[in-house]
Write a protein that binds this ligand. Structure first.
Ligand code: KG4
Ligand code: ZN
Length: 362
């Protein structure tokens, strides 16, 4: 009899140990995230919503001489940087690769050669470690970055208006759930970041010109040069008109010192116009869709004029604005990791036969 009771107690202990162990393990999902869509090779380690490390190898110096990203050079740089960046992310997080429970990577949109490097690396490691592989849409990552557990981040509630402002995209998205998004409007030609970079190039500013224009504009007069504000019907935007108008305006100046003598005013006037174009569309969507929360993402979300204008608009209109901290505006792998975390929770994995997609839709 005593033997039987002891056996039963032992079995109960084993059972509870397993339950506790499973609970700890399920809490301890550790994701490696990889981002290689354009010119930043990035890797991050997350446990749950918390970022343990977020490493980026920037390629600006490689592309600077060409005034923009050269796709072939970007792919080669990703090839040489991906292993050092992943190793750095693992060691900063104090995680051994055998502890990883999933790998999230950017499937698209972006430069195909660059995406293929991240895709092939993520697949190989997922096979070697026998763990799930999770493909992520880069633009969704820019919006879900607002769900990272971070002292500088306040997460929005669904539904909200997501606005992605980057070098390759300008999108207005109705976000209903983590992966349920409806594209309301987008740029029909150049992206807002592209307009910053190409106009900046005409001013002699090196790539990426966006942050330099932002800095120079701080001491400039934004009403000195009034440029046309294109206002398309509906929710789409266009940035190629202002880009061409600006480039022609500079081109037609006779004075060889015109740029150097007016640089700050040119930057401030350009930045003001680029901001007004997107601000007017955001105002229209908010009004028509009766949306209360506006969530901004992407590299251009770092722009101080855009941040200020959006904050004062939201304040006067009674809306809530969510701006990412500056360190999560530019391309990074933490945003891919947080999207990966929500897909992992849904057991929404990818397959080893999926390839990178340069034109991946939302
Ligand atoms: O999201 P992102 O890092 O890469 C893409 O997915 O494209 O965005 C890069 C873009 C570049 O065009 C860069 O000039 C712009 O973001 N950018 C800025 C600022 N910081 C980065 N544009 C204006 N003002 C800034 N402060
Ligand atoms: Zn981006």
């Amino acid at each position: 009899m005593i033997d039987k009771i002891l056996y039963l107690v032992l079995m109960l202990i084993v059972y509870f140990c397993n339950v506790i162990n499973n609970l700890i393990l399920s809490k301890k999902d550790i994701i490696l995230a990889i981002e290689s869509s354009c010119d930043d090779t990035a890797a991050a380690i997350l446990t749950g919503r918390k970022v343990l490390s977020n490493c980026i190898a920037n390629q600006n110096l490689i592309h600077r001489a060409y005034g923009g990203v050269v796709p072939e050079l970007a792919s080669r740089a990703h090839q040489s940087k991906i292993i050092p960046v992943v190793s750095q992310a693992l060691s900063k997080a104090k995680i051994d690769k055998k502890e990883l429970t999933a790998i999230a990577y950017t499937q698209g949109p972006g430069l195909l050669g660059s995406l293929l490097v991240g895709n092939a690396f993520a697949k190989s490691l997922a096979i070697a470690l026998d763990i799930p592989l999770i493909p992520i849409n880069h633009m969704i990552g820019h919006l879900l970055v607002h769900f990272i557990k971070d002292k500088n981040i306040k997460s929005p509630k669904f539904p909200f208006l997501g606005v992605t402002l980057s070098g390759g995209h300008t999108q207005l998205v109705l976000v209903k759930k983590y992966f349920e998004m409806e594209l309301i409007g987008a740029s029909i030609d150049d992206a807002i970041g592209e307009a910053f970079d190409k106009c900046g190039k005409k001013l002699g500013l090196s790539y990426p010109a966006g942050p330099k224009i932002d800095k120079l504009a701080k001491t400039g007069n934004s009403s000195r040069f009034p440029f046309p504000i294109c206002n398309l019907n509906g929710y789409n935007v266009s940035y190629s008109g202002i880009k061409t108008a600006f480039i022609n305006f500079i081109h037609n100046q006779k004075d060889p010192n015109f740029i150097s003598e007016n640089l700050s005013d040119l930057c401030a006037s350009l930045q003001f116009t680029l901001t007004q174009i997107i601000l007017k569309k955001i105002e229209k969507v908010v009004k028509d869709y009766r949306i209360n929360q506006i969530v901004i993402g992407g590299g251009v979300a770092a722009n101080s004029e855009i941040r200020d204008q959006l904050e004062s608009y939201a304040k006067s209109n009674g809306n809530k604005i969510f701006l990412p901290p500056l360190y999560y505006t530019t391309d990074n792998a933490a945003m891919i990791g947080i999207a990966g975390y929500y897909k992992l929770k849904q057991k929404n994995y990818g397959t080893l036969s999926e390839s990178a997609q340069a034109r991946l839709k939302l």
